[in-house]
Design a protein around this ligand. Structure first.
Ligand SMILES: *Cc1c(COP(=O)(O)O)cnc(C)c1O
Length: 361
């Protein structure tokens, strides 16, 4: 199986090498022209007013919480079936994560359970568009508005995903993106972006990413150091124009999987109405997940589990993290889910081979 980040670099090697050389020769290595240009490109791609480059996706979530005024004592609701980064970001600002269960079809935050989880301490919700499928974000947004709660979209796995014709990240108060190398849009190192339609929020984010500076060496509030790297911005500018085509390729891979995998043993993912899935992961469910995984491994097919241990059951959080309800869907699915190989450059031969090996199990 190909190394996706390497393959992705090699496909645009000349353009990327040229872009890097240009930065090296420019002498501007922090928040130079490439970061500004990529922020504009990315905002234009999404159809949002402002985009601010940050050091990584976790910081994008953290800075969104800071910009939204979230602090110690506040509760922030999210899910347990997500990258640990989502929950880590909440604790980075001193707030208390409250975990709720997910919708078993979408694998994302269940709006009905969200209503039950909201307390007078709830100040924000982080909805994760997991695996590249949009969360039920309009239902979630209505609930957040009714309770005057901030809505942050975690779009780290969903660059280009759409719901009702709008790109995810543009619907809530903030959209947080990661450019970790394996994401649908990946840097050659770390990178992140926080987007918003609100001009005041954007200004605050720009200050927060540099110690709260409103001008050099004059902080208006305590901030962090979290800047998108100039070289990474130059690389991401090269790669952004290929994102939609790559996502199209991912959907083609998914379509073949869905059409070819034998339904009697395995449940394949679905796409909710009015949603455009970008298949960061293609996640199936199997009764004997571990057996299937071993069977594939023995035949040279590497699979993964996103995520094998729900966050509330991990050592760092178990026993102290707040949860609303019993998280039974999350716990049950963690033993059934399996992420098949997924990236835009899988060949038809490779995809059919994987399907045959699943069907022979
Ligand atoms: C990757 C990821 C993050 C964190 O992004 P980093 O750039 O690695 O900090 C946050 N949330 C989700 C859902 C992710 O998949």
């Amino acid at each position: 199986m190909k190394n996706y980040p390497l393959e992705s670099y090699l496909r645009q090697k000349n353009e990327i090498d040229t872009a890097i050389a240009k930065v090296l020769a420019s002498g501007f290595y922090i928040l130079g022209g490439e970061v500004v240009a990529f922020e504009q490109d990315f905002a234009g791609y999404l159809g949002v007013n402002h985009a601010v480059g940050l050091a990584n996706g976790t910081d994008a979530l953290q800075v969104a919480l800071r910009a939204g005024g979230i602090r110690s004592g506040d509760e922030v609701i999210t899910v347990s079936n997500t990258a640990v980064a989502t929950v880590a970001a909440i604790e980075m600002v001193g707030a208390q994560p409250v975990l709720v269960d997910i919708d078993p079809m979408r694998y994302t935050l269940d709006p009905d359970l969200l209503v039950e989880a909201i307390s007078e301490k709830t100040k924000a919700v982080i909805a994760v568009h997991l695996y590249g499928h949009p969360a039920d974000i309009y239902a979630i947004k209505t609930i957040c508005e009714d309770h005057s709660v901030l809505l942050i979209e975690d779009c780290a796995q969903a660059h280009g995903a759409m719901i009702e014709g709008k790109k995810v990240g543009t619907i809530g108060d903030y959209g947080a993106f990661s450019f970790y190398p394996t994401k649908n849009l990946g840097a050659i190192g770390d990178g992140g972006m926080l987007v918003t339609n609100n001009t005041e929020s954007a200004d605050r984010i720009r200050a927060l990413r540099q110690y709260g500076w409103i001008e050099r060496n004059n902080s208006s509030e305590p901030g962090v150091n979290s800047r998108l790297d100039e070289i990474q911005a130059a690389i991401l500018r090269v790669k952004l124009p290929y994102l939609d085509l790559d996502n199209e390729f991912r959907r083609r891979v998914a379509q073949i999987y869905t059409d070819t995998i034998d339904y009697s043993s395995v449940l394949t993912p679905t796409q909710a109405t009015n949603c455009l899935h970008v298949y960061h992961q293609y996640v199936i469910q199997a009764n004997d997940r571990d057996g299937l995984r071993k069977h594939l491994k023995e035949q040279g097919i590497d699979t993964q589990v996103h995520y094998p241990i729900p966050i509330h059951l991990q050592d760092a959080y178990r026993g102290r993290i707040q949860q609303s309800g019993n998280l039974e869907v999350t716990e049950c699915l963690s033993e059934r889910i399996l992420s098949l190989p997924m990236h835009p450059y899988l060949t038809e031969t490779e995809i059919y081979e994987i399907c045959n090996k699943i069907n022979s199990f």
